[in-house]
Design a protein around this ligand. Structure first.
Ligand code: CA
Length: 227
Protein backbone atom coordinates (compact mmCIF):
# COMPACT_ATOMS: atom_id res chain seq x y z
CA UNK A 1 0.00 0.00 0.00
CA UNK A 2 1.20 3.48 -0.84
CA UNK A 3 2.66 5.53 1.97
CA UNK A 4 1.25 9.04 2.33
CA UNK A 5 3.48 11.92 3.37
CA UNK A 6 1.75 15.03 4.66
CA UNK A 7 3.95 17.98 3.72
CA UNK A 8 3.22 21.32 5.39
CA UNK A 9 5.44 24.05 3.95
CA UNK A 10 4.42 27.56 2.88
CA UNK A 11 7.45 28.27 0.69
CA UNK A 12 6.37 27.22 -2.79
CA UNK A 13 9.82 26.42 -4.16
CA UNK A 14 10.73 24.20 -1.18
CA UNK A 15 7.32 22.55 -1.17
CA UNK A 16 7.44 21.69 -4.86
CA UNK A 17 11.03 20.43 -4.73
CA UNK A 18 10.27 18.19 -1.74
CA UNK A 19 7.05 16.97 -3.34
CA UNK A 20 8.89 16.12 -6.54
CA UNK A 21 11.58 14.07 -4.79
CA UNK A 22 9.24 12.27 -2.44
CA UNK A 23 6.91 11.36 -5.29
CA UNK A 24 9.87 10.09 -7.25
CA UNK A 25 10.73 7.93 -4.22
CA UNK A 26 7.28 6.37 -4.51
CA UNK A 27 5.35 8.26 -1.84
CA UNK A 28 1.94 9.79 -2.18
CA UNK A 29 2.44 13.43 -1.17
CA UNK A 30 -0.27 15.62 0.27
CA UNK A 31 1.20 19.12 0.04
CA UNK A 32 -0.25 21.96 2.12
CA UNK A 33 0.79 25.61 2.39
CA UNK A 34 -0.76 26.49 5.75
CA UNK A 35 -0.98 25.00 9.23
CA UNK A 36 -4.75 24.91 8.98
CA UNK A 37 -4.76 23.08 5.65
CA UNK A 38 -2.23 20.62 7.08
CA UNK A 39 -4.34 20.03 10.17
CA UNK A 40 -7.38 19.28 8.04
CA UNK A 41 -5.38 16.83 5.91
CA UNK A 42 -4.10 14.62 8.75
CA UNK A 43 -6.47 11.70 8.28
CA UNK A 44 -4.72 8.90 6.43
CA UNK A 45 -1.23 10.39 6.60
CA UNK A 46 1.61 8.04 7.57
CA UNK A 47 4.31 10.60 8.26
CA UNK A 48 4.46 14.41 8.48
CA UNK A 49 7.11 16.77 7.13
CA UNK A 50 6.48 20.07 8.90
CA UNK A 51 7.97 23.51 8.38
CA UNK A 52 8.91 25.43 11.53
CA UNK A 53 7.70 28.83 10.23
CA UNK A 54 4.20 28.84 8.79
CA UNK A 55 2.10 31.93 8.06
CA UNK A 56 -0.89 31.09 10.25
CA UNK A 57 0.66 29.12 13.15
CA UNK A 58 4.16 28.27 14.35
CA UNK A 59 5.03 24.72 13.30
CA UNK A 60 6.04 23.94 16.85
CA UNK A 61 2.62 24.96 18.22
CA UNK A 62 1.00 22.82 15.53
CA UNK A 63 3.22 19.92 16.58
CA UNK A 64 2.28 20.31 20.25
CA UNK A 65 -1.40 20.20 19.32
CA UNK A 66 -0.73 17.12 17.22
CA UNK A 67 0.87 15.31 20.15
CA UNK A 68 -2.27 15.96 22.21
CA UNK A 69 -4.60 14.79 19.45
CA UNK A 70 -5.74 11.40 18.19
CA UNK A 71 -2.88 11.64 15.65
CA UNK A 72 -0.30 11.76 18.47
CA UNK A 73 1.59 8.71 17.19
CA UNK A 74 2.38 10.11 13.73
CA UNK A 75 6.11 10.45 13.08
CA UNK A 76 7.09 14.06 12.36
CA UNK A 77 10.17 15.47 10.69
CA UNK A 78 10.61 19.23 11.18
CA UNK A 79 12.15 21.54 8.59
CA UNK A 80 13.71 24.73 9.75
CA UNK A 81 16.03 27.53 8.76
CA UNK A 82 17.01 27.89 12.40
CA UNK A 83 19.97 25.75 13.35
CA UNK A 84 20.74 26.70 16.92
CA UNK A 85 20.91 23.97 19.54
CA UNK A 86 18.10 25.69 21.45
CA UNK A 87 15.72 25.31 18.55
CA UNK A 88 16.70 21.73 18.05
CA UNK A 89 15.99 20.91 21.67
CA UNK A 90 12.75 22.86 21.57
CA UNK A 91 11.60 21.00 18.47
CA UNK A 92 12.45 17.61 19.91
CA UNK A 93 10.80 18.46 23.23
CA UNK A 94 7.66 19.44 21.36
CA UNK A 95 7.58 15.93 19.92
CA UNK A 96 9.47 16.05 16.64
CA UNK A 97 11.04 12.70 15.74
CA UNK A 98 13.68 14.19 13.50
CA UNK A 99 14.91 17.53 12.36
CA UNK A 100 16.41 18.90 9.18
CA UNK A 101 17.94 22.36 8.73
CA UNK A 102 17.51 24.33 5.50
CA UNK A 103 19.11 24.16 3.04
CA UNK A 104 18.99 20.38 2.85
CA UNK A 105 19.30 17.97 -0.03
CA UNK A 106 16.13 16.32 -1.24
CA UNK A 107 17.93 12.96 -1.18
CA UNK A 108 18.69 13.39 2.51
CA UNK A 109 15.11 14.32 3.25
CA UNK A 110 13.85 11.21 1.44
CA UNK A 111 16.32 9.08 3.40
CA UNK A 112 15.20 10.59 6.71
CA UNK A 113 11.54 10.01 5.87
CA UNK A 114 12.34 6.38 5.04
CA UNK A 115 14.16 5.97 8.36
CA UNK A 116 11.27 7.50 10.27
CA UNK A 117 8.77 5.18 8.64
CA UNK A 118 10.96 2.16 9.36
CA UNK A 119 11.22 3.07 13.02
CA UNK A 120 7.56 3.90 13.44
CA UNK A 121 6.35 0.69 11.78
CA UNK A 122 8.81 -1.68 13.38
CA UNK A 123 9.69 -0.43 16.83
CA UNK A 124 6.60 1.20 18.20
CA UNK A 125 4.89 -1.26 20.51
CA UNK A 126 1.10 -1.52 20.45
CA UNK A 127 -1.74 -2.86 22.56
CA UNK A 128 -1.91 -3.18 26.34
CA UNK A 129 0.94 -4.10 28.68
CA UNK A 130 1.05 -5.06 32.32
CA UNK A 131 4.24 -5.25 34.38
CA UNK A 132 3.65 -5.68 38.10
CA UNK A 133 1.40 -2.84 39.22
CA UNK A 134 2.11 -0.89 36.07
CA UNK A 135 -0.49 -0.88 33.30
CA UNK A 136 -0.03 0.74 29.91
CA UNK A 137 -2.41 1.18 27.04
CA UNK A 138 -0.07 1.98 24.18
CA UNK A 139 -2.72 2.90 21.63
CA UNK A 140 -4.50 5.31 23.98
CA UNK A 141 -1.27 6.61 25.54
CA UNK A 142 -2.64 5.77 28.98
CA UNK A 143 -0.52 4.73 31.95
CA UNK A 144 -1.61 3.69 35.45
CA UNK A 145 0.25 2.52 38.49
CA UNK A 146 -1.50 0.67 41.28
CA UNK A 147 -4.77 1.62 39.52
CA UNK A 148 -4.03 5.38 39.61
CA UNK A 149 -3.47 7.23 36.37
CA UNK A 150 0.09 8.47 35.80
CA UNK A 151 0.48 11.90 34.26
CA UNK A 152 3.54 11.52 32.06
CA UNK A 153 5.06 13.63 29.33
CA UNK A 154 5.06 12.06 25.93
CA UNK A 155 8.74 11.13 26.17
CA UNK A 156 8.33 9.67 29.64
CA UNK A 157 5.45 7.58 28.34
CA UNK A 158 7.34 6.45 25.26
CA UNK A 159 10.41 5.50 27.28
CA UNK A 160 8.37 3.61 29.85
CA UNK A 161 6.38 1.88 27.12
CA UNK A 162 9.51 0.86 25.24
CA UNK A 163 11.18 -0.63 28.31
CA UNK A 164 7.96 -2.29 29.48
CA UNK A 165 7.51 -3.85 26.04
CA UNK A 166 10.91 -5.55 26.39
CA UNK A 167 11.07 -6.61 30.05
CA UNK A 168 14.38 -7.97 31.27
CA UNK A 169 16.30 -6.65 28.30
CA UNK A 170 19.06 -4.11 28.90
CA UNK A 171 19.31 -1.05 26.65
CA UNK A 172 22.16 1.42 26.58
CA UNK A 173 21.38 5.12 26.82
CA UNK A 174 22.26 5.54 23.16
CA UNK A 175 19.96 2.71 22.12
CA UNK A 176 17.16 4.30 24.11
CA UNK A 177 17.82 7.64 22.44
CA UNK A 178 17.71 6.02 19.02
CA UNK A 179 14.60 3.98 19.71
CA UNK A 180 12.57 6.37 21.84
CA UNK A 181 13.76 9.82 20.82
CA UNK A 182 14.41 8.63 17.30
CA UNK A 183 17.34 10.92 16.49
CA UNK A 184 21.06 11.02 17.01
CA UNK A 185 20.80 13.22 20.05
CA UNK A 186 24.43 14.28 20.34
CA UNK A 187 25.60 14.74 23.92
CA UNK A 188 22.12 13.96 25.13
CA UNK A 189 22.58 10.73 27.07
CA UNK A 190 21.84 12.56 30.31
CA UNK A 191 18.37 13.16 28.90
CA UNK A 192 17.74 9.44 29.37
CA UNK A 193 18.96 9.58 32.98
CA UNK A 194 16.68 12.53 33.69
CA UNK A 195 13.68 10.74 32.26
CA UNK A 196 14.47 7.57 34.21
CA UNK A 197 14.68 9.66 37.40
CA UNK A 198 11.29 11.19 36.67
CA UNK A 199 9.75 7.81 35.87
CA UNK A 200 11.13 6.29 39.06
CA UNK A 201 9.49 9.10 41.01
CA UNK A 202 6.17 8.26 39.32
CA UNK A 203 6.56 4.56 40.14
CA UNK A 204 7.83 5.10 43.67
CA UNK A 205 11.07 3.39 42.70
CA UNK A 206 14.02 3.89 45.06
CA UNK A 207 17.01 4.75 42.84
CA UNK A 208 19.30 2.59 45.00
CA UNK A 209 16.94 -0.38 44.94
CA UNK A 210 14.41 0.04 42.15
CA UNK A 211 11.59 -2.44 41.75
CA UNK A 212 10.88 -1.54 38.13
CA UNK A 213 13.51 0.52 36.36
CA UNK A 214 16.85 -1.03 37.04
CA UNK A 215 20.26 0.51 36.33
CA UNK A 216 22.66 -2.06 34.90
CA UNK A 217 26.09 -0.72 35.71
CA UNK A 218 28.18 0.12 32.66
CA UNK A 219 25.37 -1.02 30.35
CA UNK A 220 22.20 0.99 30.71
CA UNK A 221 18.68 0.39 31.92
CA UNK A 222 16.07 -2.32 31.94
CA UNK A 223 12.55 -2.94 33.07
CA UNK A 224 12.63 -5.83 35.53
CA UNK A 225 10.69 -8.79 34.24
CA UNK A 226 9.42 -9.75 37.70
CA UNK A 227 8.85 -6.56 39.71
CA1 CA B 1 8.13 28.68 6.10
Amino acid sequence: MAVTVLLVEDETSVREAVRFHLERSGYVVRACATALEGWESLAGADVVVLDWMLPDEAGIAWLRRLRDSSFAGLPVLMLTARASEMDRVEGLDAGADDYLTKPFSAAELAARVRALLRRSSGERPRGALKVGLLELNLDAGFAAFNSSELHLTRREFDLLAFLAAHPGRVYSRQELLDKVWGVDFIGGERTVDQHITQLRAHLGDEPSEPTYLETVRGKGYRMRADP
